[in-house]
Design a protein around this ligand. Structure first.
Ligand code: G4P
Length: 526
């Protein structure tokens, strides 16, 4: 197969949702359709086993929270589909943001009872930053959910994206009878089915087909016909370009746990979802069909094997062909590296991979040379752009509890920050170290891992910080003057970039007013 054929075969996407909306269930059903697993029930009953394989940290197992972002690949109708799962817990949202930099599109799961939840809004913002195409799956139709039109209005309003229904529910909850597939113009009759594939699709040609009346009671056919007419009147016809540019989200309805509406979603997805796209590095736009390999690291997992302190770096391939055993150029370290132990992800298994193509994710075993945002090439000295760090929400000072182990603490913090567990800010004055996170749980993860993996005991003490702002100015002298003036509040991030640690919103506002030449950024990349 040519490189171009390999690229066109691939669809790499992420599933995002508010916890409990049904992301894991949907992922399982997609794998089931892809034949990557035999029965969905089997995977469910294996939940602990699955988490052992994908969530490598003890603490996650103890808490039963899927912190890890795992990758699952499968083949479906001649396409190679890569699903990047994202952590459900909101404290690990940073992880999800970074995963979204490695996908070409997104499926967003929304619970029809709860509607659009807050976390979904934030995730959508991240998709919008990169114009990532989004497809919505409104789940749990077997429950008494909200009116379909209301849900669509809410998506448009809260997520600030236009929608286009591609399927339509016939009833809901106890009265759910099926889904009319607007895209394919056929009818899928409802049959709760947790373990088998649903093949009970009745072929009908549009809502006016008299066959519809044979399968549904009169009141339902009447309502369905009226609703479909309304849908076609209210929403613009589906336009693939608008979907691909992130302007319109096609919407599907279904019930993942009952394996219902999932095939419609998947079959449409493979027709409309984008193959790997071109990506910008510091110098230029790199197209996937370029002969030379390039890729970047978006995620690092540590200690899958407690006996060895090894890490696995997840690399998204952007162009060319990755070949195991080849030397690749590590741009940040300006050194060649050989990855003889690359891993691919198929369904729940990891297997050694000899070659991989744009859109694929490979796992690279690493002993501490790679970190998030690193770029690998065949010689080009340019980093990929767009793996930003956001200003954390919570800040705590690191207090070393064992003076004999300060080296271990330093090393532990350094490596855990490379993995993106949290962000470290070191004050210019006194070298105070402050860790920033999105949620409180990350401090517990840090403390646990520092102790267990690095034998360093530390405490995290609350500090009064509202935001970390990366600062810049057109004139270096202005920046120098600001740093001098606000010396006590200036820190450096792990890359050595200058950061202003603002204590409150009001104070930040005052400082911004007083120093109009200084630019304050809430994202590390500006
Ligand atoms: P998440 O990954 O987004 O956090 O959600 P997950 O798939 O784990 O699903 C959360 C709960 O919602 C699970 O129930 C799951 O069975 C249920 N669920 C998923 N899809 C549907 C659906 O279409 N209809 C209904 N009624 N429920 C659905 P649980 O009780 O937490 O777990 P389990 O005991 O069922 O495994």
């Amino acid at each position: 197969m040519t490189l171009e054929q390999e690229i066109n075969k691939r669809r790499t996407f992420g599933i995002i949702a508010h916890p409990d909306a049904g992301k894991t269930t949907l992922t399982e059903k997609l794998l089931l359709f892809g034949g990557a697993i035999q029965t969905a029930g089997a995977v469910k009953s294996n939940k602990i086993d699955v988490s052992t394989r994908s969530d490598w940290m003890d603490i996650e197992k103890q808490r039963g929270i899927s912190v890890a972002t795992s990758v699952m690949g499968f083949e479906y109708k001649d396409l190679k589909i890569n699903i990047l799962d994202t952590p459900g817990h909101q404290d690990f949202a940073e992880d999800t943001y970074r995963t979204l930099t490695a996908v070409d599109s997104v499926i967003m799961v929304i619970d029809c009872v709860k509607g659009v939840e807050q976390q979904t809004e934030k995730l959508m913002e991240v998709c919008r930053m990169r114009n990532t195409p989004v497809l919505c799956f409104i789940n749990k139709l077997d429950r008494e959910g909200r009116d379909a039109f209301d849900l669509l209005d809410e998506i448009e309003e809260k997520l600030d994206i236009k929608v286009r229904p591609m399927s339509w529910p016939i009833g809901m909850g106890k009265s759910l009878r099926g889904v009319f597939n607007i895209y394919e113009n056929n009818l899928n009759l409802y049959e709760p089915n947790k373990t088998k594939k649903v093949t009970d699709v009745v072929e009908i040609k549009g809502v006016d087909d008299p066959k519809l009346d044979q399968h549904l009671p009169e009141s339902m056919t009447k309502e369905l016909r009226e609703e479909i007419e309304l849908v076609n009147g209210v929403y613009d016809p589906f336009n693939k370009e608008d979907y691909l540019s992130g302007k319109v989200a096609p919407v599907f309805f279904g019930s993942a746990v009952n394996n219902f509406g999932v095939r419609e979603l998947l079959d449409c997805f493979i027709q409309i979802a984008p193959p790997p796209k071109a990506r910008e590095n510091e110098l230029r736009l790199v197209t996937p069909d370029e002969k030379k390999f390039t890729g970047f690291i978006f995620k690092i997992h540590a200690n899958m094997d407690p006996k060895h302190r090894n890490r696995i770096a997840f690399a998204r391939i952007c162009s060319g062909k990755f070949e195991r055993g080849n030397n690749y150029y590590h741009v940040r370290q300006d050194k060649p590296f050989r990855f003889s132990n690359a891993t691919a992800f198929m369904a729940q298994q990891k297997e050694t991979v000899d070659e991989a193509f744009p859109g694929d994710i490979v796992g690279l075993y690493d002993t501490g040379n790679l970190k998030i945002g690193d770029t690998l090439t065949e010689g080009e000295k340019a980093l990929y752009k767009g793996i930003p760090f956001f200003s954390p929400e919570l800040f705590r000072e690191v207090i070393n509890l064992d003076a004999m182990k300060s080296k271990q603490l330093e090393k532990g913090l350094d490596q855990l920050m490379d993995e993106g567990v949290a962000q470290l800010f070191t004050y210019e004055m006194g070298a105070r170290k402050v860790v920033g996170t999105v949620g409180a749980l990350q401090f517990e993860v840090l403390q646990h891992r520092l102790l267990n993996e690095y034998k360093a005991s530390a405490r995290f003490e609350a500090v009064n910080i509202y935001k970390a702002c990366w600062i810049s100015a057109k004139e270096q002298s202005k920046l120098d003057a600001f740093v001098k003036d606000k010396y006590r509040h200036i820190a450096r991030d792990k890359e050595g970039k200058l950061v202003f640690m603002a204590e409150s919103k009001a104070w930040l506002q005052r400082v911004q007013d007083n120093f109009p030449d200084i630019e304050f950024h809430f994202i590390s990349e500006f």
